[in-house]
Design a protein around this ligand. Structure first.
Ligand code: UDP
Length: 407
């Protein structure tokens, strides 16, 4: 990636670019480190790539390390992920030990002499126990923490309590039992990435052709990791109801994240469901990590769906709104931060498949309404959820933690 902050000036304006440079100048020579557990797949890696790149571009030297773990380790941390979003968990001593040991091993060869350390999500959380702490550490949780499993939460607290700040995506994720300051930073998308930039029509068409997605009927799309919280089977159910009224196609596009071992299992479940019903090839299932394809799918969708049961924020919603697409999504987690129902998209309750289908049909039939919602969606993202705003929030956080704030 060779982009610089200058490239964003035409999108966000002089004021934002100047403010970023002004804040960055207070942090010159400060060395920041981010640690997560996947290079690609999922929203965290999607944000870290441009964020880390831009921090370096503006003179705040920032590193990015990716935790190494065995399949067993990632199996355990996926269970923790599910439990943090509300599932029951069997917290055996073996799991606790494997979780800590992978972090201890990683810390052995990951030398930290930075001025500030940001740890993303639960996988690398125990790292903090294996260093003599000489700088502020932040735990950045990207998940939907509205119903964390109490047993797991109380286990993880032994680590969380060592941190200086907890950062979440929404106020509703604040945990009442933490004596640590909890702050909100909203996620954001990179408008210039291959996934979000305006690419030539020929490039988009080529991607669709490569993955055999015809445009002869209106497309309804959900782009999401194959994960039960994204409810792909619920999307198929809603699509069946839509199909009774309007002829259209459904595309379910999902990549597999390297730190998510459940992906293959869920994918197989969805594939069986599609094969058992898909007599006229009206449901297209794609398992691939391809940003241009995601861009092409979102831009060519008549309606974008995000039928999550839990959702930390939902960058797929942001991406679709930015492309002026009408979105039908569930009223869970971070989605209502982005969609005002009936203004820049539609919100439905997660169990209400009928309403989900009805909203999709309405948008398929009323293109003027669809365009209107889409236009407002783009404005919402421009004002709130672009990478430059995320960059500013990070600079503010580092300034505050490093005591470099000036008047
Ligand atoms: N994504 C992708 N290909 C896929 C599925 C997802 O590139 O097949 C991307 C998606 O475009 C978004 C991110 O992965 O940028 C998912 O982020 P989100 O916050 O929606 O959900 P998460 O996966 O982090 O739960």
């Amino acid at each position: 990636m060779t982009r610089t902050l200058e490239d964003y000036r035409s999108i966000v304006g002089d004021h934002v670019v100047s403010e970023i440079h002004r804040r960055a100048s207070r942090l010159y020579s400060k060395h920041v480190l981010h640690v997560n557990s996947a290079y690609q797949g999922g929203g965290v890696a999607e944000m870290l790539a441009p964020l880390v790149h831009l921090l370096n571009d503006i003179g705040v030297p920032t590193g990015w390390r990716i935790l190494h773990g065995s399949p067993d380790f990632f199996m355990i941390t996926k269970k923790f992920h599910n439990a943090l979003q509300g599932d029951p968990v069997n917290l055996s001593p073996v799991k606790q030990r494997l979780y800590a040991e992978a972090n201890e091993r990683f810390s052995f060869f990951t030398h930290i002499d930075h001025d500030c350390v940001i740890i993303h999500d639960p996988q690398p959380m125990p790292m903090i126990s294996y260093y003599r702490k000489r700088q502020p550490w932040v735990w950045r949780c990207h998940m939907d923490l509205s119903h964390p499993n109490p047993e797991l939460w109380s286990f993880l607290k032994r680590y969380i309590l060592k941190y200086d700040r907890v950062v979440v995506s929404d106020e509703s994720y604040h945990q009442p039992d933490l004596p640590i300051e909890q702050v909100v930073i909203r996620p954001a998308i990179d408008p210039l990435s291959a996934k979000n930039a305006e690419l030539p029509e020929a490039v988009l068409t080529k991607a669709l052709r490569k993955f055999e997605v015809p445009l002869d009927k209106p497309l309804i799309t959900q782009v999401s990791r194959f994960d039960k919280w994204k409810d792909p089977l619920g999307v198929i159910e809603a699509f069946r109801l839509v199909k009774d009224q309007v002829d259209c196609r459904l595309v379910l596009c999902g990549s597999m994240a390297s730190d998510d071992p459940e992906g293959q299992l869920i994918y197989e479940r969805v594939r069986r469901q599609v094969n058992s019903q898909n007599s006229r090839r009206d449901i297209i299932l794609i398992a691939a990590e391809n940003s241009t394809l995601v861009n092409a799918l979102q831009r060519n969708s008549a309606v974008v769906v995000q039928k999550s049961l839990r959702e930390g924020f939902g960058l797929t919603v942001t991406e679709a709104l930015w492309k002026s697409r009408p979105v039908v999504a569930t009223r869970v987690g971070g989605i209502p931060i982005q969609i005002d129902d009936g203004v820049n998209g539609f919100l439905v309750e997660p169990a209400d498949i009928r309403s989900c289908a009805d909203r999709i049909v309405r948008l398929l039939k009323d293109r003027k309404l669809a365009e209107d919602l889409g236009r407002k969606g783009r404005e919402k993202v421009r004002d709130n959820f672009l990478i430059t705003r995320l960059l500013l929030d990070h600079l503010r956080l580092y300034e505050e933690l490093l005591g470099t704030v000036r008047g």
